[in-house]
Design a protein around this ligand. Structure first.
Ligand code: GLN
Length: 481
């Protein structure tokens, strides 16, 4: 069931919070050993406490857009008293001392947070194969990757283990797994949702966002998690959060797509590097739009080919700095003995702890980032990448002077097989070619699943700043075509 339908039944007391929660927990129990979507499923006591609180809220008529809805949270978002592992060995024994703002808001609103989901270690990856806790399998085909890095959150929704989940998106990590598992995933505008309590990967790019099975479901949860937070200096002060109205229905302004101007990069859509199924699906989809009196405008991204190098330089540089804090002293794992001897100096302790605590991909990023930031190379790499970032941002703004939104593929390929790209980082990084530009520019973007032949194809809707409600509105109308 969709979150909006469950909410209706809960509010009208056709079902109880307990019944809903139990159904989903049963599914988790049944499926998690195969899919590996959750790293932690919370204990009965903690879940019951939330269930009772939500039911009491409903009984008293104290209603919210997420009251009684089971929700899963990516395991790089802190929830007090429970582990936040970031799917890394280095944080495997770390327990959060505080709640992330999004968690605080969801709990206050009576959501039922059932557990923490698997991810690529520190959110670095596109396939969810880089987890200390093992690969997340795709429920559409168990041999396929789920997409990453929010693979667990995507699979939890796709396999009906929860109706809604939270992921994080630094370069595509909400949209790509949403595309691979056939669901909706929204990367909000940078600054729209507080990042307080999200473990930092690349701070100028990271953003928390929701995943679900319907655009209206995402509107419900956005109403709760979006908005200014004094604890996050990058969150925006002056934005109206009006995703839904008093009746918990979406506040969508458009009732037809007629007359919209949609920018389509045909060069990308027809690129040989894009899987044929995706090309065919998008062309057919664009035709349908054109037949519905939507104006299709061809657009071009001159700097697109630079977005992957710029992104991987900036993200790795920020990561090398953010991950310096895992040193065996302040957080998580500490290796005190090496080859049966007590380690006596701090430097060695840090080295051995980091050497054993981080996985291969994280180490690769730290090395790339440290190199790019080192004196003598900074101007050639980091500064250049920032300049390219500005050009990419300008590309988008020029396009948004002409169109209302952009449509392009989320991923150049359909989900690939587990193991297929894991030894070829460049191939893996190319999965992000159509998603990272959005993060470099801070824009909002929504993956919508389109069923085509036997596959789900992920189509990306990109809007201008703070247009997430509009994107959800358009997605909702697309469903009615
Ligand atoms: N695949 C990208 C990376 O590895 C994006 C990750 C993300 O959005 N967290 O950096």
């Amino acid at each position: 069931m969709k979150a909006k339908d469950i909410l209706k039944q809960l509010i009208t007391k056709k079902i109880s919070v307990k019944e809903v929660t139990q159904k989903y927990l049963e599914n988790i129990n049944k499926k998690n050993s195969i899919l590996n979507a959750f790293i932690t499923v919370f204990d009965e006591d903690f879940i019951n406490e939330q269930v009772e609180k939500a039911q009491e809220m409903i009984n008293k008529g104290n209603l919210t857009p997420v009251v009684g809805l089971p929700i899963a949270v990516k395991d790089n978002i802190n929830l007090k008293g429970y582990p936040t592992t970031c799917a890394s060995k280095i944080l495997s024994n770390y327990v959060s001392p505080y709640n992330a703002t999004v968690v605080e808001k969801l709990m206050y609103s009576g959501a039922i947070i059932v557990g923490k989901t698997n991810l690529d270690e520190f959110a670095m990856g596109s396939s969810n194969e880089n987890s200390y806790y093992g690969v997340v399998r795709n429920p559409l085909n168990l041999e396929w990757v789920s997409g990453g890095s929010s693979g667990g959150s995507a699979v939890a929704v796709s396999a009906d283990m929860v109706p809604l989940s939270l992921g994080s998106d630094t370069g595509g990590s909400i949209r790509l797994p949403a595309a691979f598992t056939g669901i909706y995933g929204l990367k909000p505008t940078y600054g729209m949702v507080s990042r307080f309590g999200l473990v930092a990967y690349a701070s100028s790019l990271d953003q928390i966002g929701p995943m679900g099975k319907d655009p209206q479901d995402l509107a419900l949860i956005m109403q709760v998690i979006a908005g200014y937070d004094p604890k996050d200096s990058t969150s925006y002060r002056d934005i109206t959060i009006d995703f839904i109205n008093e009746n918990f229905e979406p506040n969508f302004e458009l009732d037809s797509l007629k007359g919209l101007k949609i920018g389509v990069p045909f060069k990308i859509i027809n690129d040989e590097g894009v899987d044929k199924i995706i090309r065919d699906c998008l062309n057919e989809f664009i035709n349908t739009l054109a037949n519905n009196e939507i104006e299709i405008i061809e657009i071009d991204f001159p700097y697109l080919s630079y977005s992957i190098p710029a992104y991987y330089i900036i993200a790795s540089s920020e990561a090398s700095s953010n991950l310096a804090r895992y040193d065996g002293i302040r957080y998580g794992l500490r290796i005190e003995h090496f080859q049966d001897k007590l380690i006596e100096d701090t430097r060695t302790l840090m080295k051995i702890t980091r050497g054993q605590g981080f996985g291969l991909e994280v180490k690769r990023r730290i090395m790339i980032g440290t190199f790019c930031l080192s004196s003598g190379y900074y101007d050639a790499y980091y500064k250049k990448a920032q300049q390219v970032r500005t050009l990419i941002k300008q590309d988008f703004q020029k396009i948004f002077n002409k169109v209302d939104l952009i449509i392009m593929p989320t991923s150049p390929t359909l989900p690939f097989k587990i193991g297929e790209k894991i030894n070829d980082p460049i191939k893996m990084y190319l999965s992000d070619i159509y998603t990272v530009g959005v993060n470099l520019s801070g824009l909002p973007s929504l993956n919508i699943p389109i069923k085509y032949q036997d596959f789900y194809v992920g189509v990306q809707l990109i809007g201008n700043y703070f247009k997430e409600k509009f994107l959800l509105n358009v997605a909702n109308l697309i469903n009615l075509l």
